[in-house]
Ligand binder design. Structure first.
Ligand SMILES: C[S@@+](CC[C@H](N)C(=O)[O-])C[C@H]1O[C@@H](n2cnc3c(N)ncnc32)[C@H](O)[C@@H]1O
Length: 234
């Protein structure tokens, strides 16, 4: 038997579901910090970051800090940009581990504690966005539709033309009914927030970033960030 591209997509959907049930994504670190991401999503966002070359990456949802350290380390390699992380609950041990991490030698990791949709938090973020930097935003906090929609509305203004705002974990839609979910995830998810945001804002378009190198047959990503990349057009 020879497997086809379609077989790959079909098996990947099964693999994603098995990975969800077994908490596969809870098994990785980046430079010592746990990062709760699918490795393919990390490689793909790295491709985008290298192309866009943001001066600032804003991420909502820090958790253990692995993703914040990941973005900070990429920016360190590319252009000495910096990251701003926001979380409603930054545990002291995580805060210290991120603050004291080798990659933060230049103190280029900014952490803000509070809800990402709190106006006071957004005002603090705003203070860091001076002198027209290139900004990319990654939304990985609460994945409820209303919350992601409020984040899209609040943080899209920071995104530079040509750059992206990413609504992570659209996979929630497909996982409704799986362990650690409820049936309402079928509509209460990031993909629905993206749909509503795009219907009200024509400065943005949903776009899976182009794959810069591909000598194989697989054209669609195996991803948790389904329909999550939104590019600013104007
Ligand atoms: C999926 S985890 C983030 C994972 C992290 N980005 C990574 O890749 O390792 C979600 C985080 O969002 C935070 N969170 C939940 N609700 C939030 C809110 N309203 N505002 C900001 N952060 C929130 C949680 O405290 C949790 O740390």
């Amino acid at each position: 038997m020879i497997y086809t591209e379609e077989d790959f997509y079909r098996i990947s959907e099964e693999w994603l579901r098995a990975g969800w049930d077994t908490k596969y994504v809870y098994g990785f670190t980046w430079l010592g910090r746990p990062i709760i991401q699918l490795p393919e999503d990390m490689i793909r966002v790295q491709e985008v970051i290298y192309r866009v070359k943001p001066d600032i990456i804003i991420e909502t949802g820090i958790a253990h800090g692995g993703s914040l350290i990941f973005y900070a380390s990429l920016l360190r390699l590319i252009n000495n940009g910096y990251v701003i992380g926001i979380d409603v609950d930054i545990r002291e041990h995580n805060f210290q581990a991120i603050r004291n991490h080798e990659i933060n030698a230049g103190e280029d990791i900014i952490m803000i504690e509070g809800s990402s949709i709190d106006e006071k938090v957004i005002a603090v973020v705003d203070e860091y966005i001076t002198s027209n930097p290139r900004v990319m935003v990654i939304l990985d906090s609460c994945h409820k539709k209303d919350h992601v929609l409020a984040e899209l509305r609040a943080y899209s203004k920071f995104v530079s033309v040509g750059s992206y705002i990413v609504a992570c974990d659209g996979i929630a839609k497909d996982m409704a009914g799986a362990p650690r979910t409820t049936e309402d995830w079928s509509w209460d998810n990031p993909q629905e927030a993206v749909k509503e945001f795009l219907a009200e804002n024509d400065n943005f378009v949903m776009e899976n970033p182009p794959i810069p190198f591909n000598e194989g047959e697989i054209k669609k990503p195996v991803t948790y960030w389904k329909n999550g990349y939104i590019r600013r057009l104007k």
